[in-house]
Write a protein that binds this ligand. Structure first.
Ligand SMILES: [Zn+2]
Length: 417
């Protein structure tokens, strides 16, 4: 019988499964598009269901389509849960989300292959609509899974493309509207393996990120309303140019992040002008400001400074504006003991590692309020993600999955109190 600490994942099988899943919704130039609750998402879920059934897992689907497959433990206690998401953005890669789910599946396969029983049950999860591309908010499934937000609120969310279809309707259509109420599933602890989606690990030549926290995220939409007029005949002092205020806000956001320093970042990635014509100043402009910081107080302060500046900019241009708070996720601290387990396991496996915050939002942050939680990052080549060029080296996937395996074993077998 192999010693549990000598157990390693089968990288050929894991990469094979990632490729097989990546064929579903594959894009012509590489990459994949499996938007939440589309036919492609259904096909990805069906494949995962097949794999979970092959392992005889007890499969449970909740009312929001979150899928959990449970492998029995010696004790009937809440499981150690490993999870992430199978949905992608429109130009997704093979690894974002899928790695976290399929690495969990590979761990189940290895435990079965070596007939290893664990004290606690092990479960894997695929959370619905993590990306938030087709329906908002993002991390929708895990938000409801942990009971932070009522599932009913999410089920009535409509597609952002204006087709009027709801989450509930689309879940029913693809056959993944389960019966289990959200917020009722008991979890011992949660682990998520994910690609870094940033450049730091690769740049520093580090194998493993032991993720200690997720930075806070604020998304705020501003609609500016001025008046359209002729670009040639309207004197500057008579203009009420909504586009100008939008552009000035975008510029201010960068200056604000620079001035605040620390971990503050700020982005305006979306600006829409109406009527959006060469020789007409914009009557209306819509922008979304993305502010992030690891420090909750600093993040709130950045938002206040932004609002004060927008008041000034709008007043100067005699523009009316409306504000909509889209997302307010405070920074989330992960469990210190599990982070330490990840560091220790990396050390024992001979992999270099560092403690780091996550710049992106992940399902794990929604699990953190209900159970001890942490994440493992592996390097993203070129720091590229949400892009068909997204790539993580086979050797790095192997290391990350081995850390996940060994960390999970330690959680699974730690004494029951
Ligand atoms: Zn992801």
């Amino acid at each position: 019988m192999i010693k549990q600490e000598e157990l390693r994942i089968n990288i050929d099988r894991l990469v094979g499964s990632l490729r097989q899943l990546g064929d579903i919704g594959a894009l012509a130039g590489g990459g994949v598009c499996r938007l939440a609750l589309t036919d492609e998402d259904k096909a990805g879920r069906d494949l995962l269901s097949t794999w979970m059934r092959e392992l005889d897992l007890d499969i449970k689907t909740d009312e929001l389509g979150n899928m959990v497959g449970i492998r029995k433990g010696r004790q009937s206690v809440p499981p150690v849960l490993i999870g992430s998401h199978l949905d992608t953005v429109g130009t997704g890669g093979l690894y974002d989300g899928s790695l976290g789910v399929l690495a969990g599946l590979e761990i189940m396969r290895i435990l079965d292959e070596f007939q290893i029983a664990t004290e606690r049950p092990l479960a894997i999860a695929n959370f619905t609509n993590e990306e938030g591309v087709r329906f908002t908010p993002d991390m929708m499934g895990s938000l409801a899974f942990s009971g932070i937000v009522a599932a009913s609120e999410m089920l009535s969310a409509k597609t952002v493309d204006g087709s009027g279809k709801t989450v509930g309707e689309e879940l029913t259509r693809i056959g993944y509207a389960g019966a289990i109420p959200c917020g009722t599933f008991e979890v011992d602890s949660f682990l998520e393996l994910h690609i870094e989606q940033g450049p730091l690990l690769e740049e520093e030549g580090v194998d493993i990120g032991a993720v200690s926290m997720v930075q806070g995220i604020y998304w705020t939409e501003y609609q500016f309303t001025g008046s359209s007029n002729h670009a040639g005949t309207t004197p500057l002092h008579l203009r009420r140019d909504a586009g100008l205020v939008a552009a000035a806000t975008a510029t201010f956001v960068r200056q604000l992040a620079l001035k605040m320093g620390g971990d503050q970042v700020g982005t305006v990635g979306l600006i829409e002008l109406f009527p959006n014509l060469i020789n007409v100043m914009a009557e209306r402009a819509r922008i979304i400001v993305d502010l992030r910081n690891t420090d909750a107080q600093a993040l709130a302060q950045a938002q206040q400074l932004l609002e004060a500046e927008i008041e000034l900019l709008a007043a100067a241009e005699k523009i009316a504006f409306e504000k909509t708070e889209l997302v307010r996720f405070p920074p989330v601290q992960f469990d210190r003991e599990i982070v330490a387990v990840i560091e220790k396991v990396s050390e024992d496996l001979g992999y270099s590692h560092k403690k780091m915050p996550s710049g992106a939002g992940h399902d794990a942050q929604m699990l953190a309020p209900i159970c001890p939680t942490a994440m493992i990052f592996v390097p993203s080549v070129g720091g590229i993600s949400h892009n068909i060029e997204e790539f993580t080296k086979r050797s790095d996937i192997e290391k990350g999955a081995n850390v996940l395996l060994q960390a999970a074993l330690r959680l699974l077998n730690r004494p029951l109190d």
